[in-house]
Ligand binder design. Structure first.
Ligand SMILES: *Cc1c(COP(=O)(O)O)cnc(C)c1O
Length: 391
């Protein structure tokens, strides 16, 4: 039998996304739907683009929200910049770098995969070696690898890629609005994100931005873009001044993203980044006091995605089910080779707050105490409290 009405449980979303959503963003979803060419909606689109430029720290005119999730943003960047036979370097240190390589391979690109173990980042030297050897048209790299918690530095990578005359495509799905994404300062040519991570909006839109070199590369294409839906040449006519119908924009999702971006900018980017770091530091101190260690390179841990090793003798699913059923908390399990080995605790956007940090530490203590491993009572909360008191 079908339930009468949708009544989802109220969860505390501390996984790899979706993150918690401000009530005003949910309210925007319930606002009256207008037409996709209604003057009111066109104004919303203009404002949305302007706010996205601020969050991406760019003046790129071609900045917009793709109708689809983060993966649609990934496909948009790759399908518009890569043609069959083009050489592309894909930097893979987790699941999402691998996904980018697969997208490019499906387009008939000659993809060179370079790999780092999960949890580590690429060094400038590794990038320089492969770029000089392959002479690719584009290099794809993940800024914030949500599958591992690794935070990839981009400054030198951008210089190396540009010195070789290649385009730099960056996955900012998890970093955007949680850590600096400096499109113009680094000259990143194409970048994509998703609405449900640090932007704290429901899943369904993928912000993208394209710089001048990327647009030139699109103009020089020999083949038509193989995806009609994601063809930036066509999307430009809708998001640009022509306002030509392409597809029906998901109106209410765009309202929600508009409101989510307003909240991001009201808080201010520096304050927002500092908030993510503070709660990450408190969480980390608390977990370590409970004997739980981070899985990746300690020099490159993301603030918004905390990947930690499941202690010996502790069963992954038992703990995650208990967190969900007893406390209403969602945390992520490991992906790919990390399955069963790590938990991924998200502190993205609205989720990054003191009450959530203290809740997860207290709840985890309860879960661990049920199994073989009993942390010293209150140790996690005490260590997190110290961080908060010192800040
Ligand atoms: C979530 C995520 C994606 C994919 O986004 P979807 O919204 O799940 O399609 C891509 N890259 C990274 C780094 C992500 O965290």
């Amino acid at each position: 039998m079908i339930a009468d009405q949708i009544v989802p449980p109220q969860r505390t979303l501390m996984g790899p996304g979706p993150s918690e959503i401000h009530p005003s963003v949910l309210a925007a979803l319930a606002a009256p739907t207008v037409g996709h060419l209604d003057p009111y909606f066109l104004k919303i689109m203009d404002e949305l683009q302007s706010m996205l430029r601020q969050v991406f720290q760019t003046t790129n005119p071609m900045t917009m929200a793709i109708s689809g999730t983060g993966s649609a943003g990934m496909e948009t960047c790759v399908v518009n910049l890569i043609e069959p036979g083009d050489r592309m370097v894909a930097c893979i240190n987790g699941v999402f770098g691998g996904r980018m390589a697969e997208v490019a391979e499906r387009l008939g690109a000659e993809v060179t995969r370079i790999e780092r173990p999960f949890g580590q980042v690429f060094t400038p030297e590794e990038i320089r070696e492969v770029v000089n050897r392959v002479q690719p048209k584009a290099v794809g790299i993940v800024h914030a690898e949500t599958s591992t918690g690794a935070w990839q530095p981009l400054d030198e990578v951008a210089q190396i890629v540009h010195a070789a005359g290649a385009l730099l495509i960056v996955d900012c799905v998890t970093s955007l609005a949680g850590a600096p994404v400096e499109i113009d300062r680094l000259g990143i040519d194409a970048a994509y994100s998703g609405s449900q991570k640090c932007l704290s909006c429901p899943p369904g839109l993928a912000p993208v931005t394209f710089g001048p070199r990327a647009l030139e590369a699109m103009d020089r294409r020999k083949h038509r873009v193989s995806s009609w839906y994601l063809d930036v040449g066509l999307l430009r006519n809708y998001w640009g001044s022509n306002r030509a119908y392409h597809h029906t924009a998901p109106i209410n999702m765009n309202y929600a993203l508009h409101q989510a971006l307003r909240l991001v900018l009201q808080e201010g980017l520096p304050a927002r980044f500092a908030r993510h770091l503070l709660h990450h530091r408190a969480l980390k101190a608390g977990l370590q006091a409970m004997g739980i260690q981070y899985s990746g390179d300690p020099q490159h841990c993301l603030p918004m995605l905390n990947s930690v090793l499941i202690p010996d003798g502790i069963d992954d699913m038992t703990v995650r089910s208990q967190l969900l059923n007893d406390f209403g908390i969602e945390v992520g399990g490991g992906l790919g080779p990390m399955k069963g080995k790590v938990w991924r605790i998200g502190l993205m956007g609205e989720t990054a707050k003191k009450s959530n940090v203290l809740l997860i530490l207290a709840a985890l203590e309860q879960c661990l105490a049920r199994q073989s491993r009993r942390p010293q009572p209150g140790a996690g909360i005490a260590a997190a409290t110290d961080v908060y008191l010192q800040s």
